[in-house]
Design a protein around this ligand. Structure first.
Ligand code: SAH
Length: 483
């Protein structure tokens, strides 16, 4: 990186635009929106520039550029359609120490223009350092959709209340918390919904309250981190991850997801291996309560969805009994994520009208499943924690009448760069479980829909080499092994 992103004050400053065409017009308007004093130098100018000049909004110098034009300039845009003139402008500007931007000529620029998302007074500038203006524009388009139009109004109202907040809260942490609560709470929502007056009344009331400011109460966010790919997080998950003071996370939470937690948040590993409980559940409950009571915002980050084989229900049950505020954010559960990334639709009009999620966790060496409910036509079975009991699962389904050719997919580390998919059937799969390279986390999907992966697999797992030493074959979609 060689560019420093800064916001340059141009209000009432003389800013030069050399050129009078479309690009020059855009630059002039960009400057005008920031209250700059715009001087356009060009023998001919666009209709728009002419009307701005006639109403005295800009100054038009109707001739070719002369080096002296730059003497007073605060910055300059060279935007003529003649590259030679542009280079000349740039050369003189550099000599005079005037920041200069040349349209379509990064080498001549001393500053480049970012793509801008405008929510005045909020501005977001996106730059690829000149590498790809198209990429910057695409990023900008994405951000435009993420940021409510009323953000600008929100910022403006916050600015009006800033001094009052400073008087009200001496402690910067208390002040930050206060604003975070307002910005993420019902008052901001009122504003986004266009109820500006109600929002201002509510905010005023926050300051009028007799009490010495809200007590710092902790809170627990029970958040689903999805199956691994960080792109599968929800916006809300990400927002809460960014504001938590401390995070308790599981073994299943991918490192790439954990990286998105606020950098200075304390990280506590409470992972459990299916056979070995490294931190007992009651200990996790105790920790959550203790941290929240200290006034901390505690992020309880769980793989997949917190309410699907995640014991999330138990955790918030305890919190609720202790009167600790909490919120729950759903995540993409492993069955949905793995199936999708393996090109297996869990339901399909022609193959499956229902899908059941079961745990294949062994209890005292056996599987406690409702076999008759599982062995149903046109039904997909998604089995969590099914690695150890895989052979028993296949045998159980077979002995309860499921056809031996029923396809089975094993998806290991689904949605991550190490994703591996093994396809077989109820007959072939059990012998394959001896393969020591098959490891947790593993999702097992049983049903006719598995056949669709042949056509629908799309995810290229880049991290795993095709040579896994197995009997299977790898195809264009990365690793798909057949057994
Ligand atoms: N709450 C989680 C499930 C926890 S149980 C969710 O909703 O996804 C843990 C099991 O989930 C693992 O044993 C495995 O069967 C499955 N699992 C989780 N992440 C996985 C992944 N990336 N790939 C394959 N299976 C996964």
């Amino acid at each position: 990186m060689v560019h420093l992103p800064i916001y340059y004050q141009v209000k009432d400053r003389p800013c030069m635009v050399v050129g009078g065409g479309e690009v020059a017009t855009r630059k002039a308007e960009l400057l005008l929106r920031r209250a700059a004093r715009v001087i356009v130098v060009a023998p001919r100018i666009s209709f728009r520039l002419r009307s701005l000049s006639e109403t005295g909004v800009i100054t038009h110098v109707g001739r070719e550029f002369k080096p002296d034009d730059l003497r007073e300039a605060w910055l300059a845009f060279a935007a003529t359609d003649d590259p030679e003139i542009n280079v000349t402008v740039a050369r003189h500007a550099r000599r005079l120490g005037v920041p200069v931007n040349v349209a379509d000529d990064p080498a001549s620029c001393t500053f480049i223009m970012p793509s801008i998302i405008e929510r005045a007074p909020v501005q977001i500038a996106v730059s690829t350092g000149g590498a790809s203006p198209v990429l910057a524009r695409l990023l900008r388009a994405r951000l435009e959709t993420l940021i409510p139009a009323a953000y600008g109004r929100l910022a403006a109202i916050m600015a009006e209340f800033r001094d009052r907040a400073r008087l009200r809260f001496d402690d910067p942490t208390a002040r930050r918390r206060f604003w975070e609560r307002i910005l993420q709470g019902p008052i901001a929502e009122m504003l986004f919904a266009g109820r500006e007056r109600a929002a201002i009344t509510a905010l005023t009331r926050e300051f009028d309250a007799e009490s010495p400011g809200p007590k710092l109460v902790g809170e627990v966010y029970l958040v689903g981190a999805g199956p691994g790919d960080p792109d599968l997080l929800t916006f809300r998950a990400l927002r809460l991850m960014q504001q938590a003071d401390v995070v308790l996370y599981d073994r299943l939470v991918a490192a790439a997801v954990l990286d998105l937690v606020r950098k200075d948040a304390e990280r506590i590993y409470v992972g459990k291996e299916s056979s070995r409980h490294s931190v007992p559940q009651h200990e996790i409950h105790r920790k959550l309560i203790e941290l929240a009571r200290q006034g901390q915002r505690v992020l309880r980050l769980k793989g997949g969805d917190p309410f699907i084989f995640g014991r999330g229900g138990e955790e918030i049950d305890t919190l609720s009994a202790e009167g600790i505020p909490f919120q729950v954010v759903p995540g993409i559960t492993a069955a949905a994520g793995c199936a999708c990334y393996a090109g297996i639709p869990l339901t399909h009009r022609d193959y499956a009208q229902s899908c059941v999620f079961v745990t294949g966790h062994l209890k005292e060496g056996s599987l406690d499943l409702n076999w008759d409910a599982l062995v149903q036509p046109r039904q997909t079975i998604a089995v969590y924690m099914g690695l150890q009991g895989l052979a028993l699962l296949c045998q159980g389904l077979l002995s309860h009448g499921m056809a031996a050719e029923t396809p089975v997919a094993l998806i290991q580390q689904g949605t991550t760069p190490s994703q591996r998919v093994i396809i077989g059937n109820l007959n072939s799969m059990p012998s394959h479980t001896q393969d020591e390279s098959i490891r947790a986390p593993l999702m097992v999907i049983v049903g006719e829909v598995v056949r669709l992966h042949e056509k629908l697999a799309w995810f290229n797992s880049a991290g795993r080499s095709a040579d896994t030493g197995s009997t299977g074959t790898a195809d264009h979609t990365g690793i798909i092994e057949k057994v």
